[in-house]
Design a protein around this ligand. Structure first.
Ligand code: GLN
Length: 209
């Protein structure tokens, strides 16, 4: 299986490592590739869009011709995990002219809802599909404002959605790749049901091919 990580900026190697570990937990060998140009996404089964600066990431994916490939990936029903700036880039509207969103996730976003860099924080968040809380790492984190009917809210913090799912897209305002916990990557990419089986990869090994 091949997983692409959009590598304009952000936690690219951390995402790649988390995807490989999540694959291992399911007995799947995953090759990871960094994406800075067009022509690679079409070969990928899975896609991660990291955090960073959504203005920069959106500009680059448009300039490099990667944007239509991400759209085709989603339209083909292939999984995407978008974190933080990734969430912003996929949204319908980030309410900021500097971010040209892809409108693949039916949600509007408050880009820096949880404040500036100094306001970054960690908090355990409950996530639908996970038995135990997930260690949320929030860095200048956005939040989801309004969602369409097709969007499921998986997690909220201070009454605001911070993890959502729509079709093949799972998007979080926090950074699962900056923890040792790969349950969000497992949920996003391997459709894992970890609601009753918190984090015991060995129990699930080989279940999903
Ligand atoms: N709020 C940032 C933005 O608008 C995203 C922060 C992050 O990805 N850690 O791009």
């Amino acid at each position: 299986m091949k997983a692409g990580v959009i590598a304009v900026q952000g936690d690219v190697s951390e995402h790649a490592a988390a995807i490989r570990r999540a694959g291992e937990a399911h007995g799947v060998d995953v090759e990871t590739v960094s994406i800075r140009r067009s022509g690679i996404v079409p070969d990928c089964d899975l896609l991660a869009i990291p955090g960073g600066e959504s203005t920069t990431i959106s500009r680059q994916v448009h300039d490099e011709g990667i944007a239509p490939e991400i759209r085709a990936h989603v339209e083909a029903g292939k999984p995407v995990l978008a974190t933080c700036a990734g969430l912003i880039v996929l949204s319908r509207d980030a309410k900021d002219d500097r971010v040209s969103t892809l409108d693949l996730l039916d949600a509007t976003i408050d880009r820096n809802a949880f404040g500036r860099q100094a306001d970054s924080f960690r908090a355990p968040v409950d996530v639908v599909g996970l038995e135990d809380p997930f260690p949320g790492v929030f860095i200048r984190a956005p939040t989801v404002d309004e969602v369409g009917d097709g969007v499921e809210t998986l997690s909220t913090w201070e009454s605001r959605p911070v993890a959502v799912r729509e079709g093949p897209i799972l998007a979080t305002a926090f950074h699962p790749e900056l923890t040792d916990d790969v349950r969000i990557h497992r949920l996003a990419f391997f459709d894992a049901d970890l609601a009753t089986d918190a984090d015991s990869p060995e129990d699930d090994a080989g279940e999903v091919a």
